[in-house]
Design a protein around this ligand. Sequence first.
Ligand SMILES: Nc1nc2c(c(=O)[nH]1)N[C@H]1C(S)=C(S)[C@@H](COP(=O)(O)OP(=O)(O)OC[C@H]3O[C@@H](n4cnc5c(=O)[nH]c(N)nc54)[C@H](O)[C@@H]3O)O[C@H]1N2
Ligand SMILES: Nc1nc2c(c(=O)[nH]1)N[C@H]1C(S)=C(S)[C@@H](COP(=O)(O)OP(=O)(O)OC[C@H]3O[C@@H](n4cnc5c(=O)[nH]c(N)nc54)[C@H](O)[C@@H]3O)O[C@H]1N2
Ligand SMILES: [Mo]
Length: 750
Amino acid sequence: MPDDSPRLTRVTTSHWGAFEVETTGDRITGVRPFAHDPAPTAIPQAIPAAVHHRNRVARPSIRRGWLDGKGGKGRGSDDFVELPWDEALDIAATDIARIKRDHGNGAIFGGSYGWSSAGRFHHAQSQVHRFLNSIGGYVASFGSYSTGCAQSIMPHVFGVNFLALLYEHQDSWQTIHDHTETLVMFGGINPKNAQVSMGGITEHDTGPWFDRFAAKGMMRLNIGPQRTDAPTGCDWLPLRPASDTALMLALAYVLEAEGLTDHAFLSRYTVGFDRFRPYLMGEVDGQPKDPDWAAPLCGTDPETIRALARRMAATRTLITVAWSLQRGEHGEQPFWMSAVLAAMLGQIGLPGGGVGYGYGAIGGVGKSVMGLRGMTFSQLTNPVTDTIPVARIADMLRRPGAPYDFNGQRRTYPDIRLVYWAGGNPYHHHQDLNALHEAWQTPETIIVNEPWWTATAKRADIVFPATTPYEREDIGRTSMDDYLFHMPALIPPVGEARDDYAIFAGLAERLGAGETFTEGKTADQWIPELYAEYRALADEQGIDVPDLDTLRDQNWVRLPITTDGPNRTLFAPFREDPEAHPLPTPSGKIEIFSDTIDSFGYDDCPGHPAWLPPAEWMGRATPETPLHMVSPQPGDKLHSQLEAALADVPGQRPVALAIHPKDAAARGIEDGTLVRVFNTRGAARARAHVTDAILPGVVALPTGAWYGDPGGNIDPDGNPNVLTPDVGTSRLGQGCSAHTALVQVAPLEG
Ligand SMILES: Nc1nc2c(c(=O)[nH]1)N[C@H]1C(S)=C(S)[C@@H](COP(=O)(O)OP(=O)(O)OC[C@H]3O[C@@H](n4cnc5c(=O)[nH]c(N)nc54)[C@H](O)[C@@H]3O)O[C@H]1N2
Ligand SMILES: Nc1nc2c(c(=O)[nH]1)N[C@H]1C(S)=C(S)[C@@H](COP(=O)(O)OP(=O)(O)OC[C@H]3O[C@@H](n4cnc5c(=O)[nH]c(N)nc54)[C@H](O)[C@@H]3O)O[C@H]1N2
Ligand SMILES: [Mo]
């Protein structure tokens, strides 16, 4: 029967950018690219199926064992009882009140890490934090899985906040285009990852910029385990994962040994080279960090290293470092060492020279737009001051009261009784998931707001069904992009889903904090008010933003805030005049040796960058686990989002594992063979993708699959985090070590 419901096409935005959505009555029936995006992504294709998927949480649900007073046991295996909203909110509020009364707000963990969805008001993180603050606070988390380690180490080196450095100061694509002759990319620059940005990237331009770099004849060298980490046409220096610091040291050695170091730069703009040099030249440990030393560690040859060092010194060179390098044990070292190497080249502060971090990691890096914040919803203030480094969650749950080190501080893990998660999927993002599953049994109560029955929702006690951005009105805007969107409510809420705001308003009211949380307003009242504030702020900066009714009418506008031009160069003012524009480090200069870090006395992060091999890498391969597994971000999606629909696509699950033809042949594996990837921590199914674009001895299993049933002994869809170790990068950074894992691969029997 033909559907005669009205068809409408409107634009919305997401972390992967803008797209057109077609609705027919109450259903999303199609998606199409946004006309102004030069390189649209295919990620939205999964949205119609995902939004109406049978895996949506339909109604508030409470785990039967928890209702029966059996506590944490049974998380992940119990079934759920569906309840009416009022009843479920009453039960949740009563329990939150009990835990507050008996243990205080310091027993509530609301770190609740995760990307959730774009949209300024219905930002799940802001909502859950505001709610928990309105009822007296919570234990928060520091940093991100993305760059937690860099956020700790880099302020010691350059003084500035790492995220501000990335988004506001680094050389723009235009500057690189105009000046860089040699682009040395550790971990590549991958347009696959640049599909995504926090809050959205509208014009996907990373690929097009590389076309322009190629046309200019810029040397573009990808250094790492996978050729596909950089656009086609780039040169590739295959490198063993985790050996970057050894390569950087050897490059530095050649500069120093051949008189190519810029000592005038070092003395004017840096401190501590004199304390680093003896280590580099081998005066401390008898081992010069020369190319002959590094070559076997890196899996390359010494002559290549020498030639590269000479070229880097002879041309305008920009060293770029992917974030993946610091998501590994001792991830502090390649980040710090890249800064030291760039300093020795003396090009920091020159356009298109020096160092930069995370180009291509997300779409906004390299885009030059005027600093204009997005619309913000206050999270209020948190009376609880205790925080944990974000990736230490399982340790925290496992070891309440235990001491740990973090960036010079001795701290104690809190005793957490209640976990509230909104907008993230720890059973996707955390390492060593089988161990997390053990730790996850300890809190008394776990509450999750989620649109889908993710692995995390299935392991909660109380699950509140949340709307997706297509079911509510919002504003889309991020400070790294030059578009502004009205995100219309395209369809009514699916099932009985409610906005996070409405869920938290219902709880806050029951807990006597309704007025604090809502200030007497509904979401429909907040959005115009916050938008008006944002518009006034823009106006102060001389930027004309339409009023809300006009924006609703137009759906989107392009803001006149791009500042592309040969203008943005990292640390240009500091180079110009280091006395007038000192860096906010203790010395006012770039710290090659840091007295602060040295004073911490950490052997896993000493006073200057050093070669500290991780516990698991190719240099420590064993007969049982001979392969290094990297687990990059998935190209067809954002993390574990839309997985409900993607897992249904025939032939797409389990996830594809990139493996070199030599390693495949040695194991009787062919392209498409179902394999078991395993180590002592766990096992995952995968589908072999045999390719010579990966270094022999390395396999790549992207993230994104939901975690399966821990009762079975193999993760069915291929979640790499059943294999990764849950260790901090070091006592300094305590970031996650996702890319540090040795595994074995075998054809799957049966
Ligand atoms: N092995 C390995 N592991 C990794 C990484 C790696 O490189 N290797 N990378 C790490 C990194 S950098 C990151 S950032 C993390 C990402 O990990 P996460 O950010 O946890 O992953 P997402 O899948 O984006 O989780 C977002 C969740 O929010 C839900 N959601 C969406 N919109 C809403 C909403 O409006 N309200 C509510 N309540 N929920 C919503 C989605 O359905 C989804 O379940 O993974 C980390 N894990
Ligand atoms: N399509 C898509 N894009 C995304 C995301 C997504 O989920 N989907 N997630 C976004 C998020 S939250 C983040 S944080 C960024 C992450 O951005 P990145 O951290 O830059 O990305 P990854 O995909 O983890 O890793 C990039 C490559 O680094 C290489 N690599 C791993 N270890 C090493 C090493 O030790 N040395 C060298 N030289 N190379 C190594 C791997 O081959 C891998 O493919 O991506 C963002 N972009
Ligand atoms: Mo991330």
